[in-house]
Write a protein that binds this ligand. Structure first.
Ligand code: ATP
Ligand code: MG
Length: 748
């Protein structure tokens, strides 16, 4: 979807007025969307209005419809909930309520509306828009508006965005708030797992999501849980026994704890709600052991939004605002939602109707239809969970087919998750799984050993890389030793999980392997790099975790500077790829980012400094934040930039630098990275298994584009990259610089 520069946007919507409201339950990221709608509108020359307390603000009028200035959207990006309030207005569901709302909007001159909410809010929006004409006719009949007003506002121009932690809207992959809710859930499960393991205990964890099991299945995978109960898959009678059998088999396979995830909307086939207490009591009576219940409740909605919920909601808000400001309203308004790394418009009415049909379809037992409506990722996750939690895996006798796993390149959080998935998948398919230590150096030495199911249990939540990883690529001379090592260990397939250097090494193998029999085996590469620069994929494992570290640092820096006049230059990693700097700047609310893709010139610095001085002198600014990628320019280093800002600022502010450094690689993987690692590795293992079966020795790269698994040959994948700079030629995120320029710097 097109993102245009602030210069192209500026003044395109002069004189237009646009309202924005948040409805239904609150969700983290709503504020980022509100901020984006507000500021995009201001840059376009329109006047934005916040409608307070959901639809009730339109009905109440007065302070309920409040004009927004640039600064009204300041300091809200990192806040949970919604700063303009939300309310479930019963009055808006009546004709009289809607009449009042329409009269108030028309009297303010507002005929454009962006609504951020759940299916109810979007239905309300659709209803309101479809009744707009008749509402205005009635208002005119009763002299509540003038003939001029009636003519001036023939229709309501609108768009929606889904703000809901449930991720239940049919047609979009991720709704605003889901990722943050998963962060909360995962933190709780990780904590529970550590205490549960100490006592050999079972836990039942109930998560939100209403009729949608997305949070539950995603949490079950990212938390490495044993059993999950979903609304979409009502269990067969006697499921309590089946559940306990499964928990017991996992214990026999070596697990110390058992965690069952229960979606709040889960029901039996007879339509009876399944309660956490019932699950607990079943475990206690069937297994005769202590089980505890944790109902996570509203913790899931709370707290600061994740990096994803900030940048994604910002992008959605930008697109929804530009749409509503440019549209003539002749067509029905859309909902804006994500499909992988892409924003899509989907018809609002159909999306809401489909969403609302799901509970009925579940009751009618139409599981296949429900699953297809939930989308491919959902179905994928269910399949993966079933195979990863399959307790029979340990019963498979080790076969004579052997797959080795290794890392190469820099460390990326999520590497351990990938190894756990690979080992469990491989064992369940009957392979013997081996782990190679320390990348290609270890492979040259033949340093590898068998990994059992129990060996890797719990790795999914660990940062770092237990197998070890090294940046060093093998030389041509070392290929002989590598070939021998693979032969000596009878390796039938190789899984390489890593970043740029891993891919270059594998490409070297592909070019040279005709001379080495041991190298003539199927090889699959799985992308893992915090820089998000790996060939053949839109997202690499680890990038989301690193991004969350960057955003967390930005939040803390902002807080530290809140009592003084400060200019900060923060340096992120990324080598020659600007992903972390740009997305960190976008999610953290930086005024400026400096990227290797765009470079730094003296001219640009001069403009930035003029803007900076002006904003401190004339617009009350007390903080300026620039995010610089470590390789944005070899001469304009972070220190140099800070010195220039400091010198030119002439004591307007103190200047500080922060080089975030290796903590970007050091965190435990986020839910998004665990899910990505699990999905990519699951697909990679499927690919390896089928190649081994078919004696197909191709070298393939697994990737994720638009939330779908893609497979590319190694040379094809490398073709899509800029070799010198080790980054993708056309990254999907680079055009988001326009959004950052548009939202983070008021132009004077
Ligand atoms: P969530 O379900 O995620 O909490 P939601 O937006 O679905 O969010 P609802 O309470 O269903 O939450 O709806 C929010 C508000 O939208 C309602 O309180 C009401 O003001 C308005 N609304 C919902 N349905 C309609 C409708 N059919 N006609 C008019 N207004 C509606
Ligand atoms: Mg709802």
């Amino acid at each position: 979807m097109q993102v245009i520069s602030p210069d192209a946007l500026r003044g395109t919507a002069k004189g237009k007025k646009i309202g924005v409201l948040t409805g239904g339950g609150d969700a983290q990221g709503m504020n980022a969307a509100l901020r984006a709608v507000t500021r995009t509108s201001l840059v376009a020359g329109a006047q934005p209005y916040a409608i307070m307390e959901g639809y009730q603000g339109m009905i109440d009028g007065g302070d309920g419809i409040s004009p927004m200035a640039w600064d009204d959207a300041s300091g809200i990006l990192n806040r949970g909930g919604t700063v303009i309030g939300t309310f479930r207005s019963k009055e808006f569901m009546t004709r009289e309520g809607m009449l009042k709302a329409a009269a108030n909007l028309v009297n303010e001159g507002i005929d454009r509306l962006v609504v951020i909410g759940g299916d109810g809010s979007l239905t309300g929006l659709q209803e309101f828009a479809s009744q707009w004409s008749s509402l205005l006719d009635e208002l005119l009949d009763h002299n509540r508006i003038t003939t001029d007003q009636r003519q001036q506002f023939p229709r309501l121009i609108y768009a929606g965005m889904v703000g809901s932690i449930d991720n239940d809207l049919v047609g979009t992959d991720m709704t605003i708030g889901v990722d943050s809710a998963l962060h909360r859930i995962q933190a709780a499960i990780d904590a529970i797992a550590s205490t549960a393991a100490s006592h050999q205990r079972s836990f039942v964890v109930e998560v939100m999501g209403r009729n949608c099991g997305y949070l539950a299945i995603a949490a079950a995978i990212s938390g490495g849980c044993d059993y999950v109960l979903l609304p979409e898959l009502p269990p067969e009678d006697g499921w309590e026994q089946a559940m306990c059998d499964q928990l017991q088999r996992s214990r026999m396979a070596g697990r110390k704890d058992s965690i069952v995830i229960l979606a709040e909307g889960a029901k039996t086939r007879a339509g009876e709600p399944i309660t956490a207490e019932h699950v607990r009591a079943s475990i206690e009576s069937i297994l005769g052991e202590d089980a505890r219940v944790t109902i996570l409740g509203h913790v899931q909605r709370g707290g600061t939004p994740s990096a994803y919920d900030r940048w994604a909601s910002t992008w959605l808000g930008y697109q929804a605002a530009t749409f509503v400001l440019n549209s003539t309203g002749e067509q029905d308004g859309p909902v804006f939602g994500f499909h992988g790394e892409e924003i899509r418009q989907i018809p609002l009415l159909k999306a809401v109707e489909d969403t609302r049909s799901i509970p009925g379809l579940i009751s009618a037992g139409q599981t296949d239809t429900v699953l297809s409506m939930r989308g491919m990722e959902f179905t994928d996750l269910i399949g993966i969970f079933q195979s990863l939690s399959n307790p029979n895996r340990t019963l498979c006798a080790p076969s004579d087919r052997r797959i080795a796993i290794m890392h190469a390149g820099a460390l990326a959080p999520g590497m351990n998750t990938a190894v756990q998935t690979a080992v469990w998948e491989g064992i369940s398919q009957g392979f013997t799984m081996l782990g190679i230590r320390d990348g290609f150096i270890g492979l040259v030495r033949g340093d590898m050993s068998e990994l059992s199911w129990k060996d890797v249990d719990g790795w999914n939540q660990e940062g770092g890389a237990v197998l070890g990883t090294r940046r060093r690529k093998p030389t041509i001379e070392e290929l002989y030793a590598i070939s021998r090592s693979l032969e000596a260990n009878k390796i039938d397939g190789l899984l390489v999980i890593g970043g740029w250097n891993a891919y270059e090494a594998v490409q070297l193998i592909s070019q040279e392997r005709s001379r080495y029999p041991g190298l003539q085996i199927p090889i699959v590469c799985v992308p893992a790099a915090i820089d998000n620069n790996t060939p053949g994929t839109g997202m690499s494992i680890g990038a989301d975790t690193a991004l969350n570290v960057v955003v967390d640092c930005i939040d803390k820096v902002k807080m530290s500077a809140s009592a003084s006049q400060r200019c900060f230059v923060i340096e992120t990693m990324g080598r020659d790829c600007g992903y972390l700097a740009l997305m960190g700047g976008l999610a953290g609310g930086a005024e400026q980012v400096y990227l290797p893709e765009k470079g730094i010139t003296l001219n640009r610095l001069q403009r930035d400094i003029e803007w900076l001085k002006n904003s401190f002198d004339n617009h009350g600014r007390s903080f300026f934040l620039a995010v610089r990628n470590e390789n944005a320019n070899p001469n304009y280093t972070t220190r140099t930039l800070a010195n220039i800002f400091d010198e030119e600022g002439q004591r307007r502010y103190d200047t500080r630098t922060l080089i975030i450094g290796h903590i970007q690689q050091g965190d435990a993987p986020t839910p998004a990275d665990r899910l990505l690692a699990t999905r990519l590795t699951d697909a990679a293992m499927g690919q390896l298994a089928s190649q081994i079966k078919d004696d197909d020795k191709a070298i393939q790269c697994i990737g994720m584009c638009h939330n779908e698994i893609i497979l590319t040959g190694i040379s094809e994948a490398m073709k899509g990259t800029n070799r010198r700079h080790q980054r993708p030629k056309a990254p999907w995120w680079l055009h988001l610089t326009h959004i950052l320029d548009c939202l983070n710097r008021e132009s004077f």
